[in-house]
Design a protein around this ligand. Structure first.
Ligand code: AMP
Length: 456
């Protein structure tokens, strides 16, 4: 889970990248960085924290030039440390190279040990650094060929932005796990994880970078290449369910539209008599609207979310302990009291949030609480870039739906079916990775057997 942004051919490249990263804040909140090029040198500002906190005017002023790439990080491999923040910037025999990666690579520990055996020194624990080493060691001459050379041994999920002093390259892995878009801002080219960035900077959407496509932008303009063998498309369905912003398009669809359709389908599959439908904000809002429209049950904002919860909140030691979800969500008693409530969230991971929400709704006087989830049970961890816990910590991996319902202390609990979810996509229904719901991992990963056996 990360957000990436790139721009070529703009006199204020870093300032635009800053705005682009701002629109991608939801994709990663641990660190933020921009690397820019003035045509001769690459300049880097990469720090821990949120985009608006990291980039003061002073720091942006240290990023001159007409090319820039940026990255917001949410760690999936490698600890949350500055040395693991991106974009990575290195100097090697042919000049400077910077790289920003969204996704997760699944075969790098073997490649990394091989490289180390031949003397490579790594400065981070990130999977991404392996790509930099492979590009640097390639015998090919042109950057494009070096990149293709490196990526042909890499497996897993990657949307990548790579830049040198005078070139910007964008790549989406052959399965297309993570999104990547191409746009134009007057005479300059932009690339970003989601289209909401283009709305902010007023860029025109050109198209989605295709799975397996390499886009090269330099002084000769833009060229597209398809150098990899064709693979089964496996776009991440969880981007639609939870991760992407609803005002974005990804994988050719509006995220908001798909979320509403998930809610409509959930209503068709799991009928229940109730007085109101309420979302767990923010991610449950579009699905609840869809559910409400389909079921003909009024939509209400029965839970309000505080948008000011910092990541570093410290709980008081005594007195009022375990704020937990209360810090983030509060129930509107006047809406809830005396009602039969359907509460909709996008997913249950460990089950702790839903359990607290059910209690909060009961404490606010709900007569009945029916939990509805606008995705199938999350039974398997993701190895392609979404941060999910080990299988044993996923409540749906170890409990039946009845047992989960009891744990939540809900009156009823239903999830969306996998079929119902996929049918929304009609003719593109086979183009998704659904491993988190069915364990069908499209790319084998190191330790796969261990991960699958972990449960038993
Ligand atoms: P849990 O309490 O572990 O069951 O978490 C469920 C909540 O986490 C739901 O409200 C989801 O919207 C949210 N969620 C789902 N996937 C993720 C993720 N990968 N990272 C952070 N939050 C998530």
């Amino acid at each position: 889970m990360c957000g990436i942004f790139g721009i070529y051919g703009h006199p204020e490249a870093a300032n635009i990248a800053y705005l682009g990263l701002h629109a991608l804040q939801h994709r990663g909140q641990e660190s933020s960085g921009i690397v820019s090029s003035d045509g001769k040198y690459l300049h880097s500002e990469v720090h821990m924290g949120l985009v608006a906190d990291v980039f003061s005017q002073e720091r942006l002023d240290k990023l001159p030039g007409y090319i820039a790439i940026g990255h917001n990080r949410y760690s999936t491999t490698g600890a949350s440390l500055l040395k693991n923040a991106q974009p990575i910037l290195v100097d090697y025999s042919r000049g400077s190279l910077s790289l920003a990666h969204n996704g997760n690579l699944v075969n790098v520990s073997y490649i990394r040990s091989e490289l180390e055996a031949y003397g490579s020194i790594f400065r981070s624990t990130m999977d991404t650094e392996v790509i930099v080493h492979l590009i640097a060691q390639s015998k090919e001459d042109k950057l494009l060929n070096r990149v293709v050379d490196a990526l042909s041994v890499i497996k897993g999920a990657y949307s990548l932005l790579i830049m040198t002093e005078n070139e910007l390259i964008g790549v989406r892995d052959p399965h297309g796990f993570r999104p990547l878009w191409l746009g134009k801002l007057k005479d300059s080219y932009v690339m970003a994880s989601e289209t909401c960035t283009f709305d902010l900077i007023e860029a025109k959407i050109e198209r989605e970078v295709e799975p397996g496509e390499v886009v090269v932008i330099n002084r000769n303009g833009i060229q597209s290449y398809k150098p990899f063998p064709v693979s089964k498309i496996a776009q991440c369905i969880f981007e639609f369910i939870y991760f992407a912003r609803p005002d974005s398009d990804i994988f050719g669809e509006s995220v908001n539209f798909i979320r509403q359709e998930l809610g409509r389908q959930l209503a068709r599959e799991t009928k229940v008599d109730a007085d109101i439908v309420i979302p767990v904000p923010d991610s449950g809002v579009p699905a609840s609207l869809g559910f409400s429209l389909e079921a003909g049950i009024p939509f209400e904002m029965g839970l309000i979310r505080s948008h000011y919860v910092g990541r570093t909140f410290i709980e008081p030691k005594d007195a009022i302990r375990h704020f937990g979800v209360k810090l983030k969500l509060n129930a509107v008693k006047k809406v809830i009291a005396g009602k039969r409530v359907i509460v909709i969230d996008d997913s249950i991971v460990r089950g702790t949030t839903s359990r607290k929400i059910v209690k909060m709704l009961r404490d606010s006087g709900a007569k009945e609480v029916h939990v509805r989830i606008s995705s199938p049970p999350t039974t398997h961890p993701c190895f392609y870039g979404i941060d999910t816990p080990n299988r044993k910590d996923l409540i749906a991996a170890t409990h039946t739906i009845d047992e989960i319902c009891k744990y939540l202390t809900a009156d009823s609990l239903s999830y969306l079916s996998i079929e119902g979810m996929l049918n929304i996509f009609k003719e593109t229904r086979d183009n998704f990775c659904t491993a988190c719901f069915d364990g069908n991992y499209p790319v084998k990963f190191e330790g796969m057997e261990d991960a699958q056996l972990e449960l038993f």
